[in-house]
Each structure stands twice: as C-alpha cells, then as structure tokens.
Design a protein around this ligand. Structure first.
Ligand SMILES: NC(=O)c1ccc[n+]([C@@H]2O[C@H](COP(=O)([O-])OP(=O)(O)OC[C@H]3O[C@@H](n4cnc5c(N)ncnc54)[C@H](O)[C@@H]3O)[C@@H](O)[C@H]2O)c1
Length: 275
C-alpha cells in the first residue's frame, strides 16, 4: 500500500449501514471494501450493520480472525430504536464514533405504472428516512468524539431520471443530495462534515444479477468512457478520502464516481473524421 495513507485513520471508529458483504473470499459491497482498507490505514474499529445477520456476523468474524476489532449488529435503518441501540453499543465498546457511512439501499424494480406502492415507499424510506434517522442518531456521539464525517452513498441516478424502472431509487437518491446539504449546514458547528458520493455501475452483490447477464453487462460497459464496470475498491477509495482529514475542508459536497458515464454519451468515431 501507499505509505502516505498508512496512518490516516489511527484511533478512528467507523459505523457502516448495509455493509454485511465484507468477506474478501466472496463478492464484497462498498462497505466490505471500505472496512478492510480502513484497517490497513490504521483504523481502530468498525461496526458493520445490516439486516442480513448471518452474512454480517460471518464478515465480522473474518475481520476479527485477521486481528481487527469489528462487531456486527442488526440495524434496519428505518427503525429509530435500532439506531439508538447501535450507537449506544458503539460508544460502550469503543468509547467514540468518528465516521458514519450510509450504504443501505434497495431498488424499485418496475415502472411507475407497474410498481407495487409498498415497494416504492420502502425504497424511498430506506434512503431518505434511514439517512435522516442515522444522522440524528450519530451526531451527539460524534460531537463527544471531537467531530466526525458522514458519507451518504447516493448514485449517479440522483441527477437523472430512471428509464424503465427505479423512479423511487432516483427520486430518493436526489433527495439524499439535498438532505446532505442541510445536514452539512446544521452539523457544521459540531465539526461534523456531511458529503455524498454518487457511484456509477459497480460490481457488488447489489448489481451481480446485471453484471452476470452478458447483455445487461455489455449495455453498461459500452456506456462507460473508462471502459469497465467499477469495483467496490474504487468506491472505497472515495469513501475513505471523504472520511479522512485529506477532505477536512469538504462538506455539503458531491463526489461523482461513475467512470465518466454522466459526462455524456460514448459514441463511435465520426466516419467523416478519417477523410
Ligand atoms: N453497486 C452499484 O452499482 C451502486 C451504484 C450506485 C449506488 N449504489 C448504492 O450503494 C449502496 C450499496 O450497495 P452495494 O453496491 O455495496 O451492495 P450491497 O448489496 O452489498 O449493499 C446494500 C445492503 O443494503 C442492505 N439493506 C437493504 N435494506 C436495508 C435496511 N432496511 N436496513 C439496513 N440495510 C438494508 C442489504 O441487505 C445489503 O447488504 C446501495 O444503497 C446502492 O443503492 C450501488
């Protein structure tokens, strides 16, 4: 690893939602790629949380087997009481909390006309209400720890409409950008920075069904100027940059990490260009 980064997170404690997939022998999510690198860079401890308890417990055990102080806790981000319990347990175990990464999310898989309203509402709730509850739950603990960083994982879809499905996904991710700005303003006095990351197409458990479908996969690869799907490690690099003191003057901001997709369309060479 680059030794400049070796101690960036010395003594720091991070809490991550939707982060059960953190076993390096399997396909990892954003949370998984983030926690392993966080420890490489000196991190003191992590609290992995999710609603997939078996997978999360196994991931935390694997981190502990590698000598890292990691605990897993059940956290449905839409449940306020569960947030209260998780933050209290974090403070009891580690005595501090420096970083919150809001990763939990689902996708509404049908069009506006066909989607079941309950699924649409749940999609909205997880990335809007969930982030609101999380922000409230951690703020005082971070204040007691001398400040902190909250990183909200939205999507490049936050600034676009979704074609055949995913209207609640795009809508709620756009809302996440706006909420992050309010939180950045309201928590600045506590030394808490709040920022959003907008990933493009990244191969994780969330997108595995698309990545492994040759037609779906090629459709996306063809639209990425950098010519490939992203890896969870690509996004972990951004999460940890924003979480670190390297980003000490960044708050209320958005970081787009989509391989260039949002910059415009990739087109074949102009046939007249060779003349
Ligand atoms: N992978 C991509 O291409 C991509 C791109 C842009 C944004 N995102 C977003 O990033 C986030 C991370 O996903 P990932 O790619 O690491 O995949 P992932 O599937 O590993 O992570 C998402 C996790 O959210 C959890 N979850 C679902 N509902 C929950 C709830 N109510 N409470 C708590 N946890 C819940 C799931 O169990 C899952 O483990 C998601 O919100 C996704 O929408 C992903």
């Amino acid at each position: 690893m680059d030794m400049r980064f070796a101690n960036r997170f010395n003594g720091k404690v991070a809490l991550l939602t939707g982060s059960a997939a953190a076993n390096p022998d399997e396909l990892m999510g954003f949370g998984g790629a983030t926690v392993w690198r966080f420890f490489e860079e000196g991190g003191r401890g992590v609290v992995i949380t999710d609603i997939q308890d078996e997978i999360g417990e196994r991931s935390a055990q694997q981190l502990r087997d590698s000598g890292h102080d990691a605990i897993y806790m059940h956290l449905d981000v839409t449940e306020e009481e569960e947030w209260t319990n998780v933050v209290a347990a974090t403070m009891k175990h580690f005595g501090r909390l420096d970083i919150l990464v809001n990763i939990a999310g689902i996708l509404d898989p049908k069009s506006i006309l066909d989607i079941e309203p309950a699924v649409w509402k749940k999609t909205m709730e997880i990335s809007t209400v969930g982030v609101f509850l999380g922000t409230r739950a951690v703020a005082r603990a971070m204040d007691q720890s001398g400040g902190g960083a909250i990183i909200n994982l939205a999507s490049m879809a936050a600034k676009q409409g979704s074609g055949s499905y995913g209207s609640a996904y795009s809508y709620s991710r756009g809302g996440m950008l706006n909420f992050s700005m309010s939180a950045a303003l309201q928590l600045s006095g506590m030394g808490i920075r709040v920022n959003t990351i907008m990933p493009g197409w990244i191969h994780t458990p969330f997108t595995d069904y698309l990545y492994t479908d040759p037609e779906q996969s090629k459709f996306r690869t063809d639209r990425v100027p950098l010519g490939r799907w992203g890896k969870p490690e690509d996004i972990a690099g951004g999460i940890l940059f924003i979480a670190s003191d390297d980003a000490s003057y960044i708050t209320g901001a958005e970081l787009l990490m989509d391989g260039g997709v949002s910059a415009g369309s990739v087109r074949p060479p102009n046939p007249k260009g060779d003349e």
